[in-house]
Write a protein that binds this ligand. Structure first.
Ligand SMILES: CC(C)(COP(=O)(O)OP(=O)(O)OC[C@H]1O[C@@H](n2cnc3c(N)ncnc32)[C@H](O)[C@@H]1OP(=O)(O)O)[C@@H](O)C(=O)NCCC(=O)NCCS
Length: 231
């Protein structure tokens, strides 16, 4: 069964074939979102072939090559629990879209939660958070996480589409932008397939963090011509 892409980007959206529901998050979703395993395994990473620090005064230019290299042993990368996104759903320039499996109950389920009033006791299996930067009309994807068992089924692509549409319905978005580590080869591949291009890199972003030694790759996608809307 192939991925189900919504024809009309209206939230909430139910993908009946897969038993998934896409909707805007509420404050009740935070604990369930934190249970998503965002780690990944990769046998390839991107590496810089020329280092920026090699530049010398008098040079008239420089070249940077980012190349995929095969690892001797696969890398299992986890993100620290406290690595929260910049987004804050309480803020009017942020939003989060969650995906819940309507056939699975959340492990965070509690008898104190009334499913008839909150409707939030289904297991959240994916989410995307985004924030609008008004000065350059940029929609920043601050986080996107799909539970391992739900990856490669089109959910990430759908979430990006919902974020683009929802962002464009709320603000005059010109482009979508995100940051990804050079070791996150699977995510970079998926963003390339979703239409993102390389915007640049930052070799200093993770210095002093648990990701020291990695570098940040920025990716962007021009959506100024798209007219999709979402309610
Ligand atoms: C990166 C991530 C969000 C992608 O979500 P996803 O739901 O698996 O992606 P989709 O199924 O929508 O795939 C979208 C496209 O990317 C491709 N793709 C997805 N994973 C891929 C992989 N590991 N390698 C190569 N291509 C991949 C798909 O084939 C698809 O392309 P196609 O439609 O042309 O066939 C997901 O893997 C994830 O949550 N990873 C862990 C957390 C993380 O790294 N978040 C990003 C931090 S920047």
């Amino acid at each position: 069964m192939g991925p189900t892409e919504p024809d009309i980007l209206e939230l909430p959206f139910t993908d009946a074939a897969r038993g998934l529901r896409y909707r805007l998050s509420t404050s009740d979703d935070q604990a369930s979102m934190r249970t998503i395993d965002s780690s990944f395994v990769t046998d390839r990473v991107f590496q810089l072939q020329s280092r920026i620090s090699n530049l010398e005064l008098g040079d008239i230019g420089f070249g940077l090559d980012i190349k995929a290299v095969q690892l001797d042993t696969p890398l299992h990368k986890s993100f620290p629990d406290d690595e929260d996104s910049d987004g804050d759903d309480e803020s009017p320039d942020c939003f989060t879209v969650v995906v819940e499996d309507i056939n699975a109950l959340s492990t965070m389920d509690s008898p104190t939660i009334d499913p008839n009033t909150t409707g939030n006791n289904n297991k959240i299996v994916a989410f995307i958070s985004a924030k609008f930067s008004s000065w350059n009309a940029r929609l920043i994807i601050t986080d996107i996480e799909i539970s391992p068992l739900y990856r490669r089924q089109g959910i990430g692509r759908n979430l990006i589409r919902f974020a683009e549409a929802l962002g464009s319905a709320r603000w005059p978005v010109r482009h979508v932008w995100l940051e990804v580590s050079n070791v996150n080869y699977p995510a970079i591949q998926s963003y390339l397939k979703m239409g993102f291009k390389i915007a640049g890199l930052d070799v200093s972003l993770y210095v002093g963090t648990q990701a020291e030694g990695e570098f940040a790759i920025f990716m962007w996608k021009d959506v100024s011509g798209s007219a999709e809307a979402v309610s």
